[in-house]
Design a protein around this ligand. Structure first.
Ligand SMILES: [Zn+2]
Length: 374
């Protein structure tokens, strides 16, 4: 049994294997390859959902299960009509399983076959995440695409540690999927939530391949590649992606979690990746780092004090249409909230525009040329 999620391949680059497609979700169609803005706490920091929808035309955003489980609580969100209604976002939402945050944010975690016991980074209370419970939390949220619980290893890890961890992630994925399918069978309504298992295996090609091959047996709605961007050299993250994607079924979407320097987006797409997310565009915006078609602008620099030009003369976002670098610099130095809103709007637009360019290049058969030009 499969969920309502359906992936339609529209074009595949014959040289690189880059793909353009349509991801049909219960909350609209997502054009791929896609970059998903991150809304950790059911909000993309500084950006109103209606701006995300109208100005940015984002089709899917990401929210974090770990954060929403701890606060305000998934049952609260469920009682209030689910995450889409809670945050007034009518389009698709992908939620992670919380695994990554448990391993990066929480204290005193203890891993067992059953799951991971951890203390909240907010109040120190003890919680247990199991493969089953994280599915239940995401179903309560009403996520369109859920992730199974995985173990995220730090980098570097030994081959033996990575193997043990990958095998546990595999067992957890099977448990999570069995639980998900049982809930789908018993309560048809959860079929609106698709579910992706996550390929792990640290930086070892043999483990990544083995994990991917085993997960394919689940006949899942799509597949995620996790455990990257944890401090390894960038070439290694790309290599791990490259060894994994050929094993995954061509008719299902592939999502690489938490990667995405701007210049790397086409590189991942060239390796057959359809979906990506990263906090960089929004976090960097708040820190004064703006991405432009002519390279980065560090807005606090004195050189922008009297600069009447927009952040990026080639950008048509609201920020670039209406405001000067001098004004943005002033807002940044004054600590005005409006700065974060305008800067995030621009950086997200830059990411989404790049993905649209990439998609267009694939559709018209010019992706290899595009890849060479960046
Ligand atoms: Zn702009």
């Amino acid at each position: 049994m499969r969920s309502v999620l359906r992936f339609e391949l529209q074009a595949v680059c014959p040289v690189t294997g880059a793909r353009a497609g349509l991801l049909h979700t219960a909350h609209g169609v997502v054009e791929t390859p896609v970059f998903m803005p991150v809304g950790t706490q059911a909000a993309v920091k500084g950006i109103l959902p209606r701006i995300l929808e109208s100005d940015l035309d984002a089709k899917i955003i990401l929210a974090n299960t770990y954060h929403l489980y701890l606060r305000p609580g998934h049952e609260t969100i469920r009682r209030l009509g689910g995450l889409h209604k809670f945050m007034a976002w009518p389009r698709a939402i992908l939620t992670d399983s919380g695994g990554f945050q448990v391993f990066s944010l929480s204290r005193l975690r203890k891993i067992s076959e059953e799951g991971v016991l951890f203390r909240s980074h907010l109040d120190g209370d003890q919680h247990l995440f199991t493969p089953e419970s994280t599915i239940d939390v995401q179903i309560a949220l009403g996520s369109d695409i859920m992730m199974v619980l995985d173990e995220c290893l730090e980098y570097p890890a030994s081959h033996e540690a990575a193997r043990v961890s990958m095998e546990r992630t595999l067992r957890w994925a099977r448990t999570a999927y069995a639980h998900y399918r049982a809930r789908c069978q018993n309560e048809g309504v959860v079929e609106a939530c698709a579910c992706f298992p996550i390929v792990q295996g640290s930086m070892f090609a043999d483990l990544r391949r083995c994990c991917a091959a085993e997960l394919v047996q689940l006949d899942a709605d799509g597949y995620a590649i996790g455990g990257l961007s944890v401090g390894e050299p960038r070439a290694l993250s790309l290599e791990m992606t490259e060894v994994t994607t050929p094993i995954l079924p061509t008719d299902r979407p592939r999502y690489v979690m938490g990667v995405g320097m701007l210049e790397e987006l086409p590189e991942y797409v060239a390796r057959g990746v359809d979906m990506m997310d990263c906090v960089l565009p929004s976090r960097n915006a708040r820190n004064g780092y703006l991405f432009t078609s002519a390279g980065p602008v560090i807005i606090k620099q004195t050189q922008y004090k009297d600069d009447p030009r927009p952040v990026d003369e080639a950008c048509s976002c609201y920020t670039c249409r209406e405001f000067s670098r001098a004004y943005l610099r002033h807002l940044f130095l004054a600590g005005e909230m409006t700065y974060s809103t305008l800067a995030t709007l621009h950086n997200l637009r830059r990411y989404l525009d790049i993905m649209r360019e990439i998609r267009q290049a694939i559709l018209v058969g010019k992706f290899p040329e595009y890849l060479k030009s960046v």
